[in-house]
Design a protein. Structure first.
Length: 156
């Protein structure tokens, strides 16, 4: 990280590792560093990779989606998350479901958001991620109830 402090992807990945190791303070600092970096670079790099091989790298679709989301290009972020889910037949990158759920929540598509968040809950095994996803699902359900829409119950 010291050699290339400007790379948001590196900070993001470090944050994920720290989060899995339950180092929440370190993870928060790394995620903050990632947010400060240029997400346009992440999008540019992953766009190039995905043009070369759009099938074998669901993780690249995830980073592309997060990069577009961070750059407030929400339509591209949603498209990337959907494409990543489509090519991730073995569900190696469940975080795509989470990201798409959050994007759909933003669009007030509560049924779609709930579906993808529940799918994420059924795929992930990380306790910290499970807790966060459950909180987000509860938020989705709250918004859905406020809008007078039927709610669906969580799977996990």
């Amino acid at each position: 990280m010291q050699l290339y402090p400007q790379y948001a992807v590196a900070w993001y990945e470090l944050g994920r590792v720290q989060q899995q190791e339950k180092n929440m303070t370190g993870a928060r600092q790394s995620f903050d560093q990632a947010r400060e970096k240029r997400w346009a670079d992440v999008v540019e790099i992953t766009d190039k990779l995905l043009r070369l091989n759009p099938v074998d790298f669901p993780e690249a679709w995830l980073l592309n989606s997060v990069g577009n989301y961070s750059g407030q290009n929400f339509e591209a972020a949603e498209n990337s998350a959907r494409q990543g889910i489509k090519v991730d037949e073995s569900h190696r990158t469940p975080k795509l479901e989470y990201v798409l759920g959050m994007l759909l929540l933003r669009k007030q598509d509560y049924a779609g958001a709930s579906q993808h968040m529940q799918q994420y809950l059924s795929l992930t095994t990380q306790p910290a991620e499970l807790d966060e996803a459950r909180k987000q699902l509860a938020e989705i359900e709250r918004h859905s109830s406020s809008a007078g829409l039927p709610s669906s119950s969580p799977q996990k």
